[in-house]
Design a protein. Sequence first.
Length: 297
Amino acid sequence: MPTAIAVTSRELVLPPPDGQTPPAVVFQGPDGQSLDAALAETAALLDQQGYLVVLYPAASPAPLVQRLHTVRSVLESDRIALLPMELPPLAVAVLARQMRQLSVSDFSPGVLACSARLLAHYIHAGALLGSVARLDRVPVGLTSHVKSWVPGAQFGVLAHPTPQIVKADGETRLPGPGYATHLVVARGHTHGQPGGRGGQGDWVTALARDWRVRGVQEAALPAESARWWGTGKLTEFAAAIPDLSMLYQLVASVRREECRWCGFELIGDRCAFCSAPVPRGDGSLAPPAGRPALTSR
């Protein structure tokens, strides 16, 4: 049966790259939908699609996360995978689009859900910020904090895969991917001007050139981005592999296991549906890891 990919806001739904990529399901929080309506909608979706994989930023508001777990618990469904991602909002949107692309392939629901952690490793996500004074999701040194109070200061921040902060002075750049990517850019407000053009646009253009991206796409800034980055004066960006054949090859090259708890096929060190860890060769359980332990077939 097919697997539906869901996100937790409409801003996390990026346009499909082709006519085959299915749309994403949008889960609403308690403020936008009653629990009864959420239960009925999810039950109908499972009847149609079979399985549901929900991607959301790990830093999402507690009421939203609680709603997701409540729906899964009340429906008593083992066909719903809830995947909190340690990524900025725009990167979650990019990852969700990759998952939507892969959902039309022949991967089982367990392998597809587990592939989120693998694919996330290959996403370079960051932002150009007007201040890092309230940035608490990336380590910020005292010097950067002090400089953030200087009028006109800007900072290039890489949140994933390796956190780094540089002064956006036109010369210093952030380390980029060593493989072909497309760059998605979402502009907020800079110094009261919507869109963040001018200096920000020049810096992002230079970044795309340094990273040798094969295309740049403009997107709407997710509503959660300002809270995640600690400022509304930002341009968020995420570079990721766009080619479906390469994404498929990445996932297919990983050794598959069977979850000893729920029986789902999986890759990596734990099941995406029940979170059970995979036993290691010595009989112990694999420890939690931010990066999947990959083993080629």
